[in-house]
Design a protein around this ligand. Structure first.
Ligand code: ARG
Ligand code: ZN
Length: 851
């Protein structure tokens, strides 16, 4: 069954108020829901309450047994005579048996909820759609010993003893909200507490709730929360609105975290951190996700989505907000580089494959499948482009208008764009194509010198995507600048060019030297740019461009061109890359984090994305050859960088993070050089490390190698962190990403390890998700990688369709591979589709992947 955007109809019935009464128990939880319902408009349609696996034990209308109610599939249908009624239903659910982790479920002894997008209907009968906003009162009772802490949305109202070893608590949320923002948690939890005073002087009690043993790992998250609250006041003028803000960390969670009003629920990997167990990457991700969920309080909760086709309204905007926040905490340039690398690794392939969809999709079978890099990350780029076009002040005026006009309502992407137009004084008619057209635009930029003048020819095309064979030109904001190829001096101020037509020409006059083009600076548009720049131009920009992102980009392009040529011709011409990397390494004005990013080679899969047909073995060989040459030619520079990045004691600061990053990158190149002492150096770092970044960096180097230290390090790591699930995930993941020949075999063995389980999404992703992006291993010509992943996904689908379906896309890339591999990948997709009892989540992903 397909849901279409054009079929949207306002709700027949609204629910201004709901009271929920939970008798909590892992085996059988009784849920009594009392809804005040009101007919909306003039119609005689019955009340339809969504359910998913629920059986009504009692249905009352205005206090009396309801008459004439019926089930329509999973939904409850009640004919009603008047325009306003009180409806009461009672159901019993079994949290402990809920392996889907949607609705009310059990995780490590606690009970918690996840409702977005359509999980509330697994808890109680309700119009489970985001445009029905209600005020919630929640009462819950539970065993006092097992569940001493009882939390829900809003403010705590009352609590008491219920006798029989049970107790109860009541919470009220004064802000009307859609059902997907409902949450409750019951468990044996402790809180790291804090206070935040808002810009108008209101005190907010903060709590990060975890199991007792995890309390020492919550300071970073609490600190990030306070920074986020202050940032949203300063940058967007948004103040928090309740007296309490709680976050709970749970071990079993389908994605990162959830922005439930006043009660965020998090995957514990995005809360828990200390130097011994979390990498710098983890610390950064925790701050980013804490900020993301907090920012949703305005972009998502106060203003929510009219329907799920508008998902990017809250997700794209909130990702843009969290990216800006993170950029403000450290190096903006490095943050931008990381975000663009992420976009290219996940969104570009999505846009180029069978699951391509627009930022505002037109239809879905299962909405969970649309929590994608396109909705989130391309959506964020679309907001970023509007902020670039409007400029800082007008963009702020536009977001003020948006929050003001739509506060307390369920809005659309169109509403947002109209605020941008009104406050920005711009016409975004054509720009709206970013919401409707899928596919990554391609821009060609050719600069030709004609004496003292230069002509820049720009052209754009948008490739066909499923269901969208022909495309119209987009509005592409391109920041560009010219540099003198001899002096390195800028030849003009940076310009913001809005490319709107299929082709456009610009003339630059009075040039005293040959110009070099710097374009799409800061990655101002999420497009693929092809230029006629030579290796010499790129090397020049990698050393002289004054936009750090453009500098990084020039280096990446030089590396890519080199690698693609090597894959095609079978032999590599590495001198230009070696020279450029040497210059970057020796430039003492650059910060270490930037250097580490700039000298990193593009990934196997990104190299593959540049080629008509991906040859995983040839790509791997070409990349390893370049790595080895870089390692050997610059061995003394790598050693100097390595030694220069040593620190005395762990510290979480931008400078210390940058040093650690460069240190591990340098270690990797020293190992690539084949130096005799490389394994000893890595093992030394592994053993002496006082933090997880250094330890995991060393472990990765050892795991990719063949030294006798490899097994020792893996065993020591396992020994040390046994019982710490989040660190064991790293142990699985590092091996799944191994570049060794035996990776596929090793992963099959790890799937039988006693610590491997499909029941925990983090663990499933650490092994299966990581393995399927290990390009060479996954695409082993025998097809064993495909078979392994399909077997695991079929098994996982029986437990947790949402998490299984998210892991299908690597199998869907068959079109980009040779006929033998493509046939094997298709055969596995067909096997998945033929599985009896397959979920609609998996059916949608696998069947679309075959077309
Ligand atoms: N709204 C949450 C966030 O991005 C994620 C919810 C994901 N839900 C899903 N069904 N995949 O912050
Ligand atoms: Zn979000």
């Amino acid at each position: 069954h397909v849901t279409r955007r054009e079929d949207y109809r306002a709700p027949d019935w609204t629910v201004p108020e709901i009271a929920l009464d939970f008798d909590l128990d892992p085996v059988a939880t009784r849920v009594r829901a009392t809804l005040l319902v009101e007919r909306s408009g003039a119609h005689d349609r019955p009340l339809v309450l969504n359910g998913d696996g629920l059986a009504a034990e009692s249905v009352k209308v205005d206090g009396a047994e309801a008459e004439g109610w019926r089930m329509d599939g999973p939904d409850l249908v009640i004919p009603l005579a008047g325009d306003a009624h009180e409806i009461e239903t009672v159901v019993t659910i079994a949290p402990e048996r809920n392996t889907q982790l949607q609705g009310l479920y059990a995780s490590s002894g606690m009970l918690c909820t996840q409702c977005e997008a359509e999980g509330f209907r697994r808890i109680t009968f309700f119009p489970d759609r985001p445009d029905v906003l209600s005020k919630y009162k929640v009462r819950m009772a539970a065993d006092k010993a097992r569940f001493p802490v009882l939390l829900a949305n809003g403010d705590p109202i009352a609590q008491g003893d219920a006798g029989d070893g049970r107790h109860w608590a009541e919470w009220h949320d004064p802000f009307p909200k859609p059902s997907y923002l409902f949450a409750l948690v019951a468990g044996d939890l402790v809180a790291n507490r804090g206070v935040f005073t808002t810009m108008r002087g209101r005190k907010v009690d903060l709590g990060i709730w975890v199991r007792a043993g995890d309390l020492p790992k919550t300071d970073h998250a609490l600190h990030a929360l306070k920074l986020s609250m202050a940032w949203d006041e300063t940058v967007y003028g948004r103040e928090y609105d309740l007296d309490v803000f709680n976050i709970v960390a749970v071990d079993d969670f389908n994605f990162g975290a959830m922005e439930n009003k006043g009660l965020n629920v998090f995957n514990s990997r995005y809360i828990l951190a200390d130097p011994d167990t979390a990498t710098d990457y983890d610390y950064d991700a925790i701050a980013a996700v804490v900020a993301h969920e907090y920012f949703h309080n305005w972009s998502g909760n106060r203003v929510t989505c009219r329907d799920w086709f508008q998902l990017s309204l809250k997700e794209g905007f909130t990702v843009f907000r969290d990216q800006s926040f993170s950029g403000d905490q450290g190096s903006k340039a490095v943050k931008r580089i990381e975000d663009v690398r992420g976009l290219r690794a996940s969104q570009f392939p999505e846009d180029a494959g069978p699951l391509a969809h627009s930022v505002r999709p037109d239809e879905y079978i299962e909405i969970s499948n649309f929590y994608t890099a396109t909705i989130y990350n391309k959506g964020a780029e679309v907001i970023r482009m509007m902020s670039t076009i409007l400029g800082r002040e007008k963009f702020r005026a536009a977001t003020d208008l948006y929050f003001d006009r739509f506060d307390g309502t369920a809005a659309t992407c169109e509403d947002f764009v109209r605020c941008m137009e009104e406050a920005g004084g711009v016409d975004l008619t054509q720009f709206r194509r970013w919401y409707s057209q899928a596919g990554t635009p391609r821009v060609s930029a050719n600069l030709a010198q004609e004496g003292g003048r230069a002509r820049l020819r720009l052209a754009q095309t948008v490739p066909p995507t499923p269901g969208q064979p022909a495309k119209e030109p987009m509005v592409l904001p391109l920041r560009l600048k010219l540099f003198g190829g001899i002096t390195g001096r800028p030849m003009c101020d940076e310009q913001l060019v809005l490319l709107k037509d299929a082709a456009h020409e610009m003339l630059f006059e009075n040039l005293s030297e040959p110009p070099v083009l710097s374009i799409n600076r800061g990655f101002s548009a999420p497009v693929i740019v092809e230029t006629n720049r030579t290796a010499k131009d790129l090397a020049f920009l990698s050393a002289h461009d004054d936009d750090p992102f453009a500098r990084y980009e020039a280096m990446q392009q030089l590396m890519l061109d080199t690698l693609v040529a090597a894959v095609t011709s079978g032999k590599g011409e590495h001198a230009a890359v070696i020279e450029a990397v040497r210059n970057t390494l020796l430039d003492s004005a650059l910060d270490k984090a930037f250097v580490a990013e700039a000298v990193l080679l593009p990934s196997d899969s990104f190299i593959g994305d540049q080629m008509g047909m991906v040859d995983p073995d040839a790509i791997f060989a070409a990349r390893e050859a370049l790595r080895a040459d870089l390692g050997t030619a610059l061995e003394s520079e790598w050693r100097a960088a390595y030694d220069g990045a040593q620190a005395n004691r762990f510290e979480y600061s931008p400078a210390a993070k940058g040093a650690r990053r460069l240190k591990t990158v340098a270690l990797g190149y020293i190992a690539a050089s084949g130096a005799d002492d490389a394994a000893a150096l890595a093992f030394g770092q592994f053993e002496a490390a006082d933090n997880m970044t250094d330890r995991q960096g060393a472990l990765t180097t050892l795991v990719n190698g063949n030294s006798d230290k490899r097994e020792a390090a893996l065993a020591a790591f396992y020994q040390r962190y046994q019982g710490n699930a989040l660190v064991l995930d790293k142990w699985f993941q590092t091996q799944a990403l191994s570049s060794r020949d035996d990776a596929a075999q090793a992963v099959e063995a790890l799937a039988a390890h006693k610590d491997f389980t499909l029941a925990n999404p983090n663990r499933a992703r650490a092994l299966i998700g990581a393995f399927s992006v290990n390009q060479r291993a996954f695409h082993d010509p025998s097809g064993r990688g495909y078979r392994f992943v399909a077997d695991q996904l079929i098994a996982l689908d029986r437990l947790n369709p949402q998490t299984a379906a998210k892991l299908v896309p690597p199998l869907g890339r068959w079109k980009r591979f040779d006929p033998a591999r493509a046939a094997r990948m298709r055969a596995e997709l067909e096997r998945i589709i033929a599985t009896p009892g397959l979920s609609k989540d998996m059916f949608e992903q696998a069947s679309k992947s075959l077309d």
